[in-house]
Design a protein around this ligand. Sequence first.
Ligand SMILES: *Cc1c(COP(=O)(O)O)cnc(C)c1O
Length: 411
Amino acid sequence: MTDLTRAYAETLDAADPLAAFRDRFVLDPTVTYLDGNSLGRLPASTAERLRRAVEEEWGAGLIRSWADWMSLSAEVGDLIGTGILGARPGEVIVSDSTTVNLYKLAAAALDARPGRRVVVIDDDNFPTDLYVFQGLAAQRGLELRIVHTDLDAGLDPGALRAAVDTDVALVSLSHVAYRSGALVDMAAITRIAHDAGALTLWDLSHAAGSVPVPLSAAGADLAVGCTYKYLNGGPGAPAFLYVRSELQAALRQPIWGWFGQADQFTMGARYDPVPGIERFTVGTPSVLATYAVAEGARIVAEAGIGRLRAKGMALTSYLIELADAVLAPLGFSVASPRDAERRGAHVSLHHPAAWQVCQALLHRNVVPDFRTPDRLRLGPAPLYTRFTEVWEGVDRMRAIVAAGEHERYPA
Ligand SMILES: *Cc1c(COP(=O)(O)O)cnc(C)c1O
């Protein structure tokens, strides 16, 4: 029997080994923030780091500061790759957006599998991923083989296995599903792809900073992901990409820019990319935003993905227990895997008036997210979210729906 009192949430907070990390962020104590998986909080150190970059490096240093800036994307990539994702040095770099990186790496993978014209994806992948693959299929005359995934339970590995044969060039999936939070077994899926001679391309946007990502251990080939979600890099912060070391020299991405070029400043007339991870970058990086990524990612790495995973499982399990006890009688149901091992750090709840409940919660200073169809998505990011915040979010949902307060908002 779950203890439903606020006092119990307070005892969970008192025992939380990550509790002190909350103080590393800018926060308004009147706001219950349950959307850290969409936009992570602002680290308290970011403003000062950006001030230094703007005033000292840009303002005073001017173009001389490129001496420091040239290696920044790779350094922050390594911080993310080795400190947060299970990658080796030189396998991750910060560049462009997740969408653009997905296009670059998918095209590179397709070129590396000439003669194979099938890409396997699933229908619950994030919309931008679906669109990128629709575009690639149209440009290159490919077949998109789309596996059906249950919106709440996540991908069925058996259905994926049935879709992968020796016509398949690439399998591309999300590690953690953006709506349900369902977590797939990266090693098992990679094995299925590799057994058929296909490459894998993972979208880690909802996984980076929330769950261990076993890139090396699974033998994953390629990956992309956002830095503004659990990595707290700020709105529009540049994304990261990962390419397994052994593949780097053989792969070519489709946008041949000068930041991937060997001996960039000899200004040679012909494109001849560097052998390493920089060949997957394109043009001048977003330096200021990359500093913000570094601040956010450093705190995540310091907290440690093992402890973040443990707290993410505890927070989401607690949320599900409260939802079952308090919200189920009011028409809510859990729309995420119930086994904590099979989900990331967010949970979706189904309610027929989810959109209206969302509006009412925002009005009461609780920030959730709405996802089609009829789902409230709750992301209690483990780095800074308290168990009491989860309790408050659930309690206000209960109060709103019990009083019919949400009915005042347009459907
Ligand atoms: C948030 C998210 C994106 C966003 O891509 P952008 O290029 O940053 O807009 C892509 N994929 C997944 C799975 C996401 O969750």
